[in-house]
Design a protein around this ligand. Sequence first.
Ligand code: G1P
Length: 297
Amino acid sequence: MKRKVTKAIFPVAGLGTRFLPATKSVPKEIMTLVDRPLIQYAIDEARAAGIKEFIFVTSRGKGALEDYFDTAPELENALRRSGKTALLEELKNTNMESGAIAYIRQHRPLGLGHAVWCARRLIANEPFAVILPDDVIAAEKPCLQQMTEAYAETGGCMVATMEVPPDRVSAYGILDVREDMGNMVSVQGMVEKPSSKDAPSNLAVIGRYILTPRVLQNLNRIKQGSGGEVQLTDAIAEEIHHGRDVFALRFRGQRFDCGSKAGFLQATVAFGLSREDLRDEFAQYLTEMVALQKAAQ
Ligand code: G1P
């Protein structure tokens, strides 16, 4: 029987340079889509998939993340006194059971593979998930849950995937496909950030992974790869070289690249429009803006 996936790693050590100067003092994972920080979307998705232990790989200057998941007695008391029960309820999502959350520091920025490896002692010998909070996925059934359900059938390693335009392959881990079964793809190789002429396909890895503990052992040995960093992609590809199964799930949902300004703005519009309390006013404003833009052209 395959083990249940109950631990997830959240690599959040990045400097967020693409969002400077904002990220000079605010971790990018705290930046908000409507009224919730990016990290909250990632945590909610993990919870929906049955994750019980949350491991953050952080770095200097990420203290706001720890505070975010702590109780805030003064704030809670003030809300209670003024009868703001809906807000109190909202805050419950930010509370973590004691011991359910752990913070590990990545002391040097050596890449995603290295960040995951930093959490090896907390993972020990069980399958685990990795969620990159920059990749926000709007879906009826949360993406990681789609993956854990599929993983219950397949075992092995699994990544989330979607097609990207050929001129974007150099921004992603790209899959070499063994067999395309529709929703599920069997993978025979993975390349991190290939040039468009070297890319084996245009199926990109999106920031959701279910991995076996062997990937951590691979990371022990792996040398720096693309961009001089230790790549998680290479450690997963090594599993394939050892004859073990790696699958990719074409998830159902819309992915936003919140690591880029354009993607973040698109997510803001999409999440704003999906909120009942904002939809009408916001949609009307957007329509007016578009008309004004057109008239100005
Ligand atoms: C990371 C991974 C890459 C993956 C991407 C998804 O790259 O290394 O394989 O395709 O996330 O967002 P990064 O965006 O951190 O450069």
